[in-house]
Design a protein around this ligand. Sequence first.
Ligand code: FES
Length: 331
Amino acid sequence: ETHAAKIESNGIVTREGFTVTAKHIVVATNSPVNNKYLLHLRQYAYRTYVIGAKVKKGLLPRALWWDTGDHSVNKSIPPYHYVRTQHMDENYDLLICGGEDHPTGLAEQEGLPEKSRYFALENWARERFPIEEVIYRWSGQVMEPMDSLAYIGRNPVDKDNIYVVTGDSGNGMTYGSFAGMLVSDLVNGKKNKWERIFSPSRFNLLKSGGVFFKEVFGNLLAYLKSRPKGDEHNVRELPPGEGWIINQEGKKYGIFRDHVDGYHLVDAECAHMKCIVKWNADEKTWDCPCHGSRYSWKGHVMNGPANRDLHYHNFPASELVPSEEAVPHHD
Ligand code: FES
């Protein structure tokens, strides 16, 4: 649990200011926290949802299913479903069913907020599998590379002893295994036939241009449309468990109201490249629609590319936007 605040070719500097030296550095942080621009234009952050439902033993074979995605929703990265069974006890198996992905922070722009994704997933599963009660649900974040293959190898435009592993596209166990073999060969100066295929420096606009423009510009437009507009609301109308973006003296803040009437304020500008974060009511996090950084309700960074927290303001509720200055980030 040591946070690498700075990553350099001779090692890292921890958040507390200590230095750890190393000959080789592998940054395997889902979204690389040491690469500020290049890779984040070549991959896109998606949230994915999973449910675990009981199914009577013997009704389904032991299998793994994937569908090919709904191209009417998104031609470049169609949202797909993935399903498998897992032994639970002598009477039941667990059907693990995932999907209903959306670009991070933009669930509402697709007309289905984060929380509703589980119900959509359950409906989809019920139409196809003899499931009973849903007993688990969770969500995660996946990085979708523009040409569908992970980025594993030397960090582009950097020293030769710094490596990244990213763009897992929901196949982290597989690509993690590839990375273990490939990066250890690179570190040891051995040839590896996968080096070029997975190279994080590869880029072919002709082949991947469609996905690039759809995801970068499509999502950027959706994001710009979703930015806080300026309807006036009193922050005391914020329901418990919810978060809004508010304007105060020309600056944007994220405000979250907890269930014991506490208000928590964080700077709303993402620590990566200053996009305005969005509230995720399902996870109780602040998510950035630009490249997928995520922060806890208290601003603690949980997912890169941002590598530092959002500033947390510990204001008493009485001092906090007592008037019409507050602006919700939804209608
Ligand atoms: Fe890049 Fe927020 S993740 S600006």
